[in-house]
Design a protein around this ligand. Structure first.
Ligand SMILES: N[C@@H](CCC(=O)N[C@@H](CS)C(=O)NCC(=O)O)C(=O)O
Length: 197
């Protein structure tokens, strides 16, 4: 199974982290992002969106980190990580959406601006970051894990960009429940880090 990957990408890290937690081997195919390889013909054949991560598992080709997590959990991770029960599955899904919306437009954008010099609205990305961090911190005051009372792909989707939020100069030190949750996640067997966290 191949993961078209960039080491510095939090979205790619979501997949690397989960694959490691469930102990499945991934063949990492580094994509030369700085040279725009993800926008060239070979990669666009795999993902016309021109984005990574992309997973290739035999004839199955998938884009979007959240979708890839659902696939891997369903196929290889089992019910523990992606519950069957309707309300628990929807609970996990809420957080996958949070990862691709509020987190992507908050801490991820702040990091793109501060670490990589992207042009975007820093004030807006910081406002969005602190709004979602406060909500997550409140949630974690009463929950050890984001969804389903156990580690799931919800945690794998939300954790990466929070763990590197400091690279966007988003301060997470005052969010004690988030910090405790990050510690719990970092103690899971198979946990792997990414550059910066
Ligand atoms: N919805 C996608 C977004 C992936 C994404 O934005 N990937 C970045 C790298 S972290 C990328 O490939 N950006 C290239 C571009 O937007 O042109 C996901 O969650 O995987």
């Amino acid at each position: 199974m191949k993961l078209y990957d960039l080491a510095l990408s939090g979205n790619c890290y979501k997949v690397r982290l989960f694959a490691s937690l469930i102990d499945i081997p991934l063949e990492i195919v580094p994509v030369d992002f700085m040279q725009g390889e993800h926008k060239k013909e070979a990669m666009l054949k795999l993902n016309p969106w021109g984005e990574i991560p992309v997973l290739e598992d035999g004839s199955v080709i998938l884009r979007d980190a959240q979708a890839i997590l659902v696939y891997l959990a369903n196929k290889y991770g089992g019910e523990a990580w992606w519950p069957n029960e309707a309300h628990l599955q929807a609970d996990v899904m809420q957080w996958l959406s949070t990862a691709s919306n509020e987190i992507q437009h908050g801490p991820n954008v702040a990091r793109l601006i501060k670490k990589f010099g992207f042009e975007s609205d820093l004030t807006q990305s910081l406002e969005r970051s602190y709004k979602i961090l406060a909500l997550i911190d409140d949630h974690l005051a009463h929950h050890n894990w984001l969804a389903a009372s156990r580690p799931t792909i919800a945690d794998c989707a939300v954790y990466p960009y929070i763990s590197i939020a400091h690279e966007g100069e988003v301060a997470i030190d005052s969010y004690s429940n988030i910090k405790a949750w990050m510690n719990r996640l970092e103690q899971l067997p198979g946990y792997v880090s990414m550059p910066g966290n």
